[in-house]
Design a protein around this ligand. Structure first.
Ligand code: ADP
Ligand code: ADP
Ligand code: ZN
Length: 215
């Protein structure tokens, strides 16, 4: 199974992807995570992407599609893919069609997380992750069970993204509205778009996604 999770920054794509990875053995392909790793490692891609990401603008289509191509090439054909944060433009949607065909895959569902924009500022500015395993948390909605220690790995080190501030989030939301939301019709033609209420509690969103995947 291959699915796209679509939604603006803070919609819950990463949170739901990691649950799908745990529950269904699928693989999360997050271009945001790949780009942050490239920035950290100071690769040529990372050096080019760093300032663009800090402004909340989009990195070039060619860069992100090449990252996805490499990941798909390295994956076993049996492992399902969750595209998280890709495609984000019409050109990327066309590239993804080509990459899926090249790697013998077919898209099963596009799940659009429907959310309220004002809630997203709160979600993104309260977001933090475990510095060791990457598990996601939130200041108000999802604190670790034992204060200060990661539920998954016990690490006491956490980090926050540099671009998770209100100003950059507003730019990212505007990019989503202008460039990403318009790709939905590309998939609506094939009848594979399903809307899920992303404002519900995390567990309820997971259940709604499971219903789509098992339908
Ligand atoms: P995205 O990957 O779409 O940018 P995340 O999955 O990182 O979004 O979620 C953004 C923040 O909101 C995280 O801190 C996460 O813990 C929290 N969050 C995710 N889903 C929900 C939800 N349904 N209700 C409340 N908070 C949520
Ligand atoms: P969020 O969790 O807020 O949805 P991501 O982690 O997916 O954000 O992306 C962070 C940043 O990385 C984006 O603001 C953008 O600069 C860059 N980026 C990630 N994925 C893409 C993509 N598919 N196309 C262009 N830029 C991307
Ligand atoms: Zn951890």
């Amino acid at each position: 199974m291959n699915i796209i999770l679509l939604g603006p920054p803070g919609a819950g794509k990463g949170t739901q992807s990691s649950l799908l990875v745990e529950q269904r053995g699928m693989r999360q392909l997050s271009t945001g995570d790949m780009l942050r790793a490239a920035v950290k490692a100071e690769t040529p891609v990372g050096l080019e992407a760093k300032a663009v990401m800090e402004r909340g603008e989009l990195v070039s289509d060619a860069i992100v599609s090449a990252l996805i191509d490499d990941e798909l090439a390295a994956m076993s054909a049996e492992t399902g893919a969750i595209f998280d944060g890709y495609p984000r433009t019409a050109a990327q949607a066309v590239s993804l069609d080509e990459l899926l065909a090249k790697h013998g895959r077919k898209l099963d569902h596009v799940i659009e997380l429907d959310v309220d924009e004002e809630a997203l500022v709160d979600r993104v500015t309260g977001r933090f992750t475990c510095a060791n395993c990457g598990e996601g948390y939130h200041d108000r909605h999802k604190q670790p069970e034992v204060a200060g220690a990661c539920d998954k790995c016990g690490s006491t080190e956490f980090k926050r993204r540099k671009d998770d501030n209100e100003e950059t989030v507003r730019t990212r939301m505007a990019e989503y509205r202008a460039k990403t939301a318009p790709i939905l019709p590309h998939y609506e033609k094939s009848g594979i778009v399903r809307r899920v209420d992303g404002m519900a509690a995390i567990d309820d969103v997971t259940r709604a996604i499971a219903k789509v995947l098992d339908s």
